[in-house]
Ligand binder design. Structure first.
Ligand code: NDP
Length: 245
């Protein structure tokens, strides 16, 4: 899986799973546009740690919830990187709360970041991809979108929604050489789960047949496969990377 002369956008590419995907693409020769929301320190660390690839790495702040910011990003790329090949919709947040206590803000924040963000990024990416009659979109959904863990009505709805978007979109663009797929990670060790109380973490591990949380590189390698030219007949599909959960 070589990505020489290909350009990939990875949203939320400065930390966690996104950071792992960015590094994997860079190692396979791609040029990468990594976006983030507001954590400048993490963005700077990412840039420093990946400095050996600096000629092929662009890091850009872009809130995926904001259509104007997304438009501005693609407008900039029209000049700097006019041929885009791959979009990884990875940025995401959780704001867990049982439904009866969940505020509308907690609901909206998660839906807008995880679901509306994927819609906006996909919309503008597809407009670019159509010109080349080639493209790969991969949504980093979640096993939570299929299982529906308690306290995650907002998160589960956003993640199931990403799968639904890709089923529709994959059919709209199939004839143009563009594929749209989903990855559903299980529990992966990143900042996103850093607030889990140790007892809850142990409970979750008990439920995983492999008896451990996953690593970002274990997600990244599957993302690279779906993003490769070799995965040309896979679209509208969902791949679980969840240790058997
Ligand atoms: P992290 O919290 O480690 O990183 C999240 C990334 O998303 C950061 O780069 C963050 O930017 C970015 N981000 C958040 N909000 C926005 C926004 N509005 N606009 C642009 N970027 C944004 O998360 P993970 O790496 O763990 O998760 C990545 C994806 O994988 C998410 O979609 C998550 O739902 C999914 N996932 C994760 C699992 C896990 O166990 N970790 C399991 C299943 C799915 P900044 O640094 O600026 O905040």
């Amino acid at each position: 899986m070589k990505f020489d002369n290909q350009t990939a956008i990875v949203t939320g590419g400065t930390r966690g799973i996104g950071r792992g995907i960015v590094e994997a693409f860079l190692k396979e020769g791609a040029t990468v546009i990594a976006t983030y929301a507001g954590n400048d320190e993490a963005a700077q660390n990412c840039l420093n740690e990946l400095s050996e690839f600096q000629s092929r790495l662009v890091i850009k702040k872009c809130d995926v919830r904001d259509e104007n910011a997304v438009k501005e990003l693609f407008h900039m790329l029209d000049t700097t990187h006019p041929k885009l090949d791959i979009l990884i919709n990875n940025s995401g947040i959780r704001k867990d709360q049982v439904t009866a206590m969940m505020s509308l803000d907690e609901w909206n924040d998660v839906i807008e970041t995880n679901l509306t963000g994927s819609f906006l990024m996909s919309k503008y990416a597809v407009l670019n991809f159509m010109g080349n009659r080639y493209g790969r979109i991969i949504n980093i959904s979640s096993i939570g979108g299929k299982l529906g863990l308690p306290g995650q009505a907002n998160y589960a709805a956003s993640k199931a929604g990403q799968i639904a978007i890709s089923k529709s979109l994959s059919k709209e663009v199939a004839k143009r050489g563009i594929t749209v797929n989903n990855i559903c990670p299980g529990f992966i060790d990143t900042d996103l789960l850093a607030d889990l109380p140790p007892e809850q973490r142990k409970e979750y591990i008990k439920d995983v047949p492999m008896k451990r949380f996953g690593r970002v590189d274990e997600v990244a390698s599957a993302v690279l496969f779906l993003a490769s030219k070799e995965a040309s007949y896979i679209t509208g599909a969902t791949l679980e990377i969840a240790g058997g959960l």
